[in-house]
Unconditional design. Structure first.
Length: 120
């Protein structure tokens, strides 16, 4: 089995674990960790799909001429998207943790069943 296939399968497994954790837990901190695990799985799948075996980094120098670049270099867009997604995910996780901290300060609990003000 190739490494790309293993990475894709591992990424999908992480996404499923994260979704299961987010849907079955009642503790807000566990839900935040589950979302982080799912995000890591998505990032892993994106990097694995963008990888092409036998190709080199997208740097044009004496080793790779401009004419051969199309056939010999890896597309840098998936890696750039994943790097951007990591930074955005860090910001979202920070925001979720700040909300969880404020909810704990106001209610004294992290159980989502205790927050019923907005229920119908």
């Amino acid at each position: 089995m190739e490494m790309e296939t293993i990475a894709i399968a591992t990424g999908f497994l992480l996404v499923l674990i994260g979704l299961y954790g987010a849907l079955t837990n009642r503790n807000i901190l566990r839900i935040i960790v589950a979302f982080s695990i799912a995000t890591t799985g998505v990032n892993l799948v994106m990097v694995a799909i963008g990888y092409m075996h036998g190709r080199t980094a997208p740097i044009l120098d004496e080793a790779v001429s401009a004419a051969d670049a199309v056939m010999r270099v890896i597309d840098p867009v998936p890696q750039a998207l994943v790097l951007t997604a990591i930074v955005i995910g860090l910001g979202v996780t920070t925001l979720m943790l700040a909300y969880a901290y404020k909810l704990y300060e106001s209610k004294g609990s992290l159980d989502i069943a205790k927050f019923t003000e907005l229920k119908w």
